[in-house]
Write a protein that binds this ligand. Structure first.
Ligand code: 5MM
Length: 369
């Protein structure tokens, strides 16, 4: 068994079923505005639209800028994100944008507040609220737990006042020699539950992102097994922590072999296995699933999404919330100089993924572009 059976597993694992029966008579101390949450969540997965993940922390955007030889200054980050958000027509394929805190409170180059600019195009502003994945004490060496719960209730009020209507929290699960441990899966799932409950209290839709990293040498079977365990734990915590599933978006990894694995599976197999795991764990009350790209090439990320939507008959909206797979081409084309080429590359990838969200993409569309 890949996942370590920790000594405490049997004695301390939460029994969600019995907890639910004890708690079912306890009322929330506040009224959940389920209609607002559900309306926002459904708008985030509107047909043919998906979410642009432009919430790179300052350290992560540095890695992206290093590749194109751009210095990581506030002025460059502002200029680059202005390029993304002023791309003519991107709103046809983009329901929302996940912003980093700096950007939410920033202004576009024409001095319009970014949140106002996005809202004027019908694009919903969102905010990454986690404070990053930090080493997990007592876990396997590479394991992390995502931090950021302290003071989150107060931060959410500030973000809402600035225009954010949804939030994102990313938990990272690593596949390795001794990982993942049950411990890492459960502390990360618990934090996702706490974050999601706080968001809903503030009328903010939580994007729940449990990312099983896809950059190791593991095969697709291992990814399927781990994704299965992770989603079971996450939905257990969401239920135990009284999160209304009608008011969340799930942002999962696809079931795929690690990038270093010699045996890469075809598009159909990835699509089939991903849908199989999602059907097992994601209730139809959840309005939508928006995938992360996780290091897949642009075209492969689009092809996988398209194949799943072509399969059809899905109980949830199925779309993209890509970071790298939406932005890599735009960053390269821009390279700090060519704004129009950057916008053209961004629009093209947004359009391709919008078509994939409908199951109407075809590889010939890439060639003709
Ligand atoms: C855009 O990258 C996001 C922020 O990452 P950091 O916290 O490390 O700066 C990331 O959370 C992203 O939203 C998702 O993981 C999806 O991105 P990819 O590139 O995997 O599609």
């Amino acid at each position: 068994m890949l996942v370590k059976q920790s000594w405490w597993k049997k004695s301390q694992q939460i029994n969600y079923a019995s907890r639910a029966s004890i708690d079912s008579t306890i009322k929330r101390p506040f009224t959940l505005n389920l209609k607002t949450l559900n309306d926002t969540a459904r708008a985030m997965v509107a047909p043919g639209k998906g979410i642009l993940a432009a919430d790179e922390s300052t350290a992560t955007i540095k890695k992206r800028f290093d590749k194109i030889g751009i210095e990581n200054t506030w002025a460059h980050r502002r200029a680059y994100r202005d390029l993304l958000f002023t791309t003519p027509g991107f709103e046809q394929y983009t329901s929302g944008v996940i912003l980093y805190e700096e950007t939410l409170f920033d202004k576009a180059l024409d001095e319009t507040p970014i949140a106002k600019l996005l809202a004027s195009k019908g694009v919903i502003p969102g905010i990454k609220v986690d404070m990053g994945a930090k080493p997990l004490a007592g876990g396997a060496p590479e394991e992390t737990v995502t931090e950021g719960l302290d003071g989150l209730r107060e931060r959410l009020e500030k973000y809402k006042a600035a225009g954010a209507r949804f939030a994102k929290w990313r938990a990272v699960i690593t596949i390795g020699e001794d990982a993942p441990t049950d411990y890492a899966i459960h502390v990360n799932a618990h934090a996702l539950g706490r974050y999601a409950a706080l968001c809903q209290e503030a009328d903010i839709v939580p994007i729940v992102e449990p990312e099983v990293l896809m950059d190791g040498d593991n095969d697709i079977d291992t990814c399927e097994e781990v994704t299965d365990l992770v989603l079971a734990a996450v939905f257990g915590e969401l239920y135990a922590q009284r999160v209304a599933l009608e008011g969340i978006i799930l942002k999962p990894n696809m079931v795929i072999a690690g990038a270093q694995c010699n045996n890469q599976n075809d598009v159909e197999e990835v699509a089939e296995r991903t849908l199989r795991v999602l059907r097992r764990h994601v209730p139809s009350a959840v309005p939508g699933i928006a995938f992360l790209s996780g290091g897949q090439s642009d075209i492969l990320a689009t092809a996988h999404l398209d194949a799943m939507n072509k399969a059809g008959n899905l109980p949830w909206g199925l779309t993209f919330s890509y970071g790298r797979a939406l932005q890599a081409a735009a960053q390269k084309a821009w390279s700090g100089k060519n704004v129009e080429a950057g916008k053209a590359a961004h629009l093209h990838r947004a359009r391709m993924n919008g078509l994939a969200a409908l199951g109407k993409w075809d590889t010939s569309l890439e060639k003709s572009a």
